[in-house]
Design a protein around this ligand. Structure first.
Ligand code: PMP
Length: 392
């Protein structure tokens, strides 16, 4: 049989996390593995009302093809929130509504990446971005993430060495839960401007801050901003698959062409229902509620870790988002720990796949948004037992 696959498929693998999620589908397993929002936070009733209203008042229009840029009222709402909550001046004409923010990564790859282009990525980095960009066969340049943001020296070296794109998640990163300090945001913005590197700033978790002050996006600190991504997945519901990107001028035009080629436009009817939902409900109050609930989950998880994990195990203590990052003593493999943990019916995601430069064998990701507090308590106890047996 001749090999019919495109060569680009040789470097891309099935998402490791999606494979793990198959194992954790067993309801007796307490899973901290998925990156799932808590379904109790989904505004089911309000969405039902929005859907009935849309189909009742503008049924045919909401079922018709629509523009690639996306619903103008929804874009106006998104732009308005940037100026209201982030003091960032964005117009509806700077926005494209996308099929989740995940689609933005594919569009960025199509518009900007040639084979062999250098893409700087945090280490550890978001697996979905690694997978999406890999289809364009770039050279990944990994820059270590420190507790307050990237290693600036390594970042500058990568930029000076001809990097084309820098992709990062500065707020409550997936997988680590780490955020950039204000100082590092300023320094990163300066380096991006100095070297003319295109910054793709992915911000699905910025709204989910339980403690402290919101910090400005790097995008807003740049003299020559890049592309900023956002999403309704974590503040409304991921099943809608509605995200967006902020880009201007020719860049936006090219991204629109790529989106036209990909899927013509984001689903008209889901955009209409989301539009109806955001116009008729108190979105800010809903986000506050999510923060309250996830903040309490995070507190339970951290308290249980403090009580039960050995002192040789380190964890991040994020002030927002959905994830916590665990570092086992050097030489311990979280892949091996995973097998032990599954025997005790608790699951997490081993950290290694999040590193494009190797390493990370002793790290793992825990999600705290999805499981309820009593399950978090029990799950961390089980995990601590597995770790104690394993680490010795
Ligand atoms: N970026 C990051 C950093 C994420 O964690 C996720 C969700 N796992 C996405 C993008 C994709 O989100 P969506 O397509 O649902 O907007």
């Amino acid at each position: 049989m001749p090999n019919t696959y495109a060569s680009r498929m040789g470097t891309v693998h099935r998402s490791f996390i999606r494979e793990i999620l198959k194992v954790t589908a067993d309801p007796s397993i307490i899973s901290f593995a998925g990156g799932l929002p808590n379904p109790r936070m989904f505004p089911v009733e309000a969405m039902k009302e929005a859907a009935v209203s849309v189909l009742g008042t503008s049924g045919p229009a909401s079922l018709q093809y629509s523009t690639t840029e996306g619903d103008p009222v929804l874009r106006e709402f998104i732009a308005g929130r940037y100026s209201k909550t982030k003091n960032l001046s964005v117009t509806p004409d700077d926005l494209i509504v996308t099929t989740g923010s995940q689609q933005c990564l594919d569009l960025v790859g199509k518009v900007f990446l040639n084979k062999g282009d250098k893409v700087v990525i945090e280490s550890p980095g978001y697996l979905g971005a690694i997978q999406s960009f890999s289809l364009f066969e770039p050279e990944f340049v990994a820059v270590p993430l420190e507790s307050d943001g990237p290693d600036l020296q390594r970042l500058e070296e990568a930029f000076a060495d001809g990097a084309k794109v820098f992709y990062a998640v500065p707020n409550f990163q997936n997988p680590s839960g780490l955020s950039y300090s204000l100082e590092k945001r300023r320094a990163v913005a300066k380096l991006l401007d100095k070297y003319g590197v295109l910054f793709v700033e992915d911000d699905p978790y910025g709204e989910l801050r339980f403690k402290g002050e919101h910090l400005p996006t790097v995008h807003s600190l740049q003299k020559k901003p890049g592309i900023l991504l956002g999403s309704f997945s974590k503040i409304a519901a991921p099943g809608f698959r509605i995200g967006w990107l902020v880009a201007s001028g020719e860049r936006r035009d090219k991204l629109i062409i790529a989106k036209q080629a990909a899927d013509l436009h984001t689903s008209t009817v889901t955009q209409a229902v989301m539009r109806e939902y955001v116009l008729n409900n108190d979105v800010e109050e809903h986000i506050r509620h999510i923060c309250e609930v996830y903040g309490s989950h995070r507190d339970v998880m951290v308290a249980m870790i403090d009580e039960y994990f050995p002192d040789t195990v380190e964890t991040t203590r994020p002030d927002g988002g959905m994830f916590l990052w665990v570092t086992l003593p050097k030489g311990c493999s979280s892949m091996e720990l995973f097998d032990k943990a599954i025997e005790r019916k608790v699951a997490f995601v081993p950290g290694k796949p999040f590193y494009t430069d190797g390493g990370g064998e002793n790290t793992l990701r825990l999600n705290f948004s999805n499981a309820e507090p009593d399950r978090i308590e029990e799950g961390i106890k089980r995990l601590a037992e597995s770790i104690r047996e394993f680490v010795r």
